[in-house]
Design a protein around this ligand. Structure first.
Ligand code: FUL
Length: 469
């Protein structure tokens, strides 16, 4: 009896030990690392993908990019301002929101702020009764678009700029924005910090600015070079990194001159501690503000599609600037290009060729070195002509994929082997058109157990296929 009990005891010990080893390699090894995760508001933001930027202010009338701050208020006079027109065009472009320059570096406020004497209320426009922010925030609400605000901390007009008192002014302005025009989904802080009218630079109280927004509007996502919620992608060309981590280390950095290098902002930090995804800002025209001699520079629908591939298609969001003209309207050339861009996008992504593909092999673990090779092997019902794949990672669980190989196979023969790195919210891969019977997605390196959501495949117009990198 005692012997039987002893055998039973030994068996149990072995089972428990085996169980622990299994847990160690299969579960704990994957899940013990704390991966930064997106907040719920960031998840909603990721799904927005594409929205418009509107640069509008005295520069629209003076043909400048950076006003000096001494422009008479009366130069601001949009005779036919119509924010509903902007919203209609945004919707026709497939954009989900609009971010407007409430105050650019010249300090002119598009709303009647009590903290400045350089605002719409000092202008003759609508006898000083006009308020662009009121009009746009209401039009956005009516049209189901999200409303966002750019406010430049740099102010070339404000007499207190360069003194501690200006930080109070800026906080006061933030309060006005949230209390009068909210909800504001995204607040955009430009890192530029030049001299004010008295020749001094400002020491910005970023922590106080961040606290103010968090208190007034906890669901607002704040953009700056380094977040806290959305980061700059490091260029103004609308191009995210080929490798694009939604993670960034910000300790010791500040927005503006104290930010990490443009390259770091472009790719993010692989082991970054904070979820701070990249946003790609770029203008549809040469300049940020409207200049009629730049009408010929309006990007074509094909160029916009190319930008979409290199921003949204690399897991970032696209913030496309479409500046209204001096009448206060978006010009016909810009709007025509935007409408065509949407049509192009819709026709490209209309028929998912992988919809009925069969998954024949889901997970393959390379047991020799415990590096996981997770693969999804898709068998197509019949051969298809294909040149584009759309991959998505389940970022609710973090961003984990480091490296992948995509194999496009036709009757057992590998036609394309495409190495990529990160996936994130979305990864769009285009390649020379080929007939395919199978697609294999092999994850060769990951930070944990990654999860790919449904993969889609398309045949897009051949001239839209981009060379990766
Ligand atoms: C830059 C500014 O200096 C440009 O004028 C523009 O507003 C762009 C979006 O950000 O830093």
């Amino acid at each position: 009896m005692l012997l039987r009990f002893y055998y039973f005891y030994c068996m149990m010990k072995k089972i428990i030990a085996l169980f622990c080893i299994c847990c160690y390699y299969n579960l704990f090894a994957q899940n013990s690392i704390n991966h930064p995760l997106p907040s719920n508001t960031q998840l909603v933001w990721h799904d927005m993908e594409f929205y418009l930027f509107v640069h509008f202010g005295p520069n629209t009338f003076t043909n400048k990019e950076w006003g000096l701050g001494n422009e008479p208020e009366d130069v601001f006079n949009p005779t036919q301002l119509n924010c509903s027109q902007w919203c209609n065009i945004a919707k026709a472009a497939g954009a989900r929101g609009i971010i407007i320059t409430a105050k650019h570096h010249d300090g002119f406020c598009l709303w009647p702020s009590k903290f400045s004497t350089h605002t719409v209320k000092e202008s003759k426009w609508r006898n000083g009764k006009g308020d662009v922010l009121k009009e746009l925030s209401e039009a956005c609400k009516q049209n189901g678009l999200k409303f966002g605000v750019y406010i430049s901390p740099w102010d070339r007009n404000h007499p207190q700029y360069g003194t501690a008192a200006y930080n109070d002014v800026f906080v006061g302005m933030l309060k006005e924005l949230f209390q009068r025009y909210g909800p504001i989904y995204e607040l955009w802080w430009d890192g530029a910090n030049g001299e004010g009218p008295n020749g001094k630079k400002q020491v910005y109280d970023w922590d106080r600015f961040k606290r103010t927004v968090a208190e007034l509007s906890p669901n607002t996502l704040v953009f700056s070079d380094i977040g806290p919620h959305i980061r700059w992608t490091g260029n103004e060309k609308g191009i995210a990194g080929f490798t694009n981590w939604n993670l960034l280390d910000t300790a010791g950095f500040t927005p503006g001159a104290g930010a990490p290098s443009a390259d770091t902002l472009n790719t993010g930090n692989i082991y970054g501690k904070n979820w701070i995804p990249a946003e790609c800002d770029v203008s549809i025209r040469k300049g940020w503000f409207y200049h009629n001699d730049e009408d010929a520079t309006v990007k074509t629908p094909q160029q916009l599609f190319g930008l979409y591939l290199k921003s949204v298609g690399r897991g970032a969001n696209l913030l496309l600037n479409v500046p209204p003209n001096d009448k206060g309207l978006i010009s016909a050339a810009d709007s025509a290009s935007l409408v065509e861009f949407k049509k192009l996008k819709e026709s490209c992504f209309k028929t998912n060729l992988l919809k009925q593909a069969m998954i024949i092999n889901k997970v393959h673990t390379n047991k020799t070195d415990f590096k996981r090779e997770v693969g999804i092997h898709l068998q197509l019902k019949k051969p298809v002509l294909i040149n584009c794949l759309v991959l998505r990672e389940n970022i609710r669980n973090g961003q984990l994929i480091k490296k992948m190989n995509i194999l496009v196979i036709n009757n057992g023969e590998v036609v394309h082997t495409i190495p990529i790195t990160t996936v994130g919210h979305k990864r769009i891969i285009t390649f020379t058109r080929t007939e395919a019977t199978e697609i294999a997605l092999v994850i060769t390196n990951a930070k944990g157990k990654p999860e790919l959501l449904d993969t889609e495949g398309y045949l897009i117009e051949e001239n839209l296929v981009e060379n990766e990198k």
